[in-house]
Design a protein around this ligand. Structure first.
Ligand SMILES: CCCCCCCCCCCCC[C@H](O)CC(=O)SCCNC(=O)CCNC(=O)[C@H](O)C(C)(C)COP(=O)(O)OP(=O)(O)OC[C@H]1O[C@@H](n2cnc3c(N)ncnc32)[C@H](O)[C@@H]1OP(=O)(O)O
Length: 257
């Protein structure tokens, strides 16, 4: 029974993972363990899309600093955090973070492990670890520069200063900005569109984008070619092509087959 991480599934096949640990959704060892269990549950019983959300005022304030005080973070704990976030990032489904309020440190690193981010206009996103005499330890120095570029990532990591939602939108850290209190609803609505989409093609696209950009251009193009050939063999491709030829663009029904 999870105390801090709750997973709800709706009729459209969207699973919502909600962090709920007073007072700041600080990511304690217990939260990490429940986050990892939730990721395993999603891997075992794949939804059609995923939303990750936090509190109304704080999405997640990062790792639990009080736990840091109790004992320095060991290599194994840091690896556990990486494994949990890596499992979320590797899900063959679109994962959308819904951010209200602060997404700081490990909280932003959790949002960076998602594919897309919806933030309320009052949200603040940053990596303040440097102010603690630390550096980001949950992938922030790796996923952030790959998303927004080295210059912006350097500024966030070295200054520890957060971006507003509007600034985050401007640099590509956030994909949509909505009114305060609307982030989860907007993320769910967006997720439902992906849930009714071509799940195989979406999964192949995630692999091409994540793995194809790790090596040389030639290696990435070779991976894309292999995945392009594979996606052609899927039922989704047959439905999508047939639908265009008979009904025109954007009419394919990938769910009700
Ligand atoms: C998944 C992790 C598992 C954990 C196990 C070990 C770690 C895993 C291995 C490596 C992972 C590294 C992850 C990451 O790279 C490292 C970090 O995240 S370091 C933490 C970075 N975050 C911060 O520095 C933010 C700190 N908080 C704030 O700046 C502010 O609280 C706020 C979020 C801007 C909100 O401000 P306010 O609205 O004014 O609210 P308060 O400040 O009064 O906070 C309310 C209440 O919550 C407590 N609190 C807030 N943040 C944390 C926190 N990160 N850890 C612990 N407690 C926190 C705060 O003390 C208040 O408590 P109260 O005083 O009311 O008792």
């Amino acid at each position: 029974m999870s105390e801090f991480v709750h997973v709800e599934r709706d009729d459209a096949g969207v699973a919502t993972v909600r962090l709920d640990r007073p007072k700041a959704n600080a990511l304690s060892g217990a939260v990490l363990a429940e986050l990892a269990a939730a990721a395993s549950d999603l891997e075992r019983d794949l939804p059609r899309a995923v939303v990750v959300t936090g509190g109304d005022r704080i999405f997640a304030a990062g790792a639990d600093i009080a736990e840091f005080d109790e004992r320095p973070v060991g290599w194994e704990t840091a690896r556990a955090f990486h494994r949990a976030l890596g499992a979320i990032a590797a899900l063959p489904r679109v994962v959308i973070a819904a951010i209200e309020g602060y997404a700081l440190g490990g909280g932003l690193e959790l949002a960076l492990a998602c594919d897309l981010r919806v933030a309320s206009s009052s949200a603040k996103l940053g990596l303040p670890e440097i102010s603690l005499g630390l550096i980001p330890g949950g992938g922030g120095t790796q996923r952030l520069p790959r998303l927004v570029g080295l210059a912006v990532a350097k500024r966030l990591v070295l200054t520890g200063e957060p971006l507003t939602a509007a600034e985050a939108l401007g640099v590509g850290l956030v994909d949509r900005v909505v009114e305060p209190g609307q982030a989860t609803e907007a993320a769910r609505a967006w997720a439902q569109r992906f849930a009714s989409g071509p799940l195989a093609a979406l999964a192949f696209a995630k692999v091409a984008l994540a793995e194809g950009t790790q090596g040389s251009l030639e290696e990435g193009l070779a991976l894309e070619q292999a995945l392009f050939a594979q996606v052609f063999t899927t039922e989704d491709a047959r439905i999508g092509v047939r639908s265009f030829l008979t009904d025109g663009p954007g009419r394919a029904n990938f769910v009700g087959r």
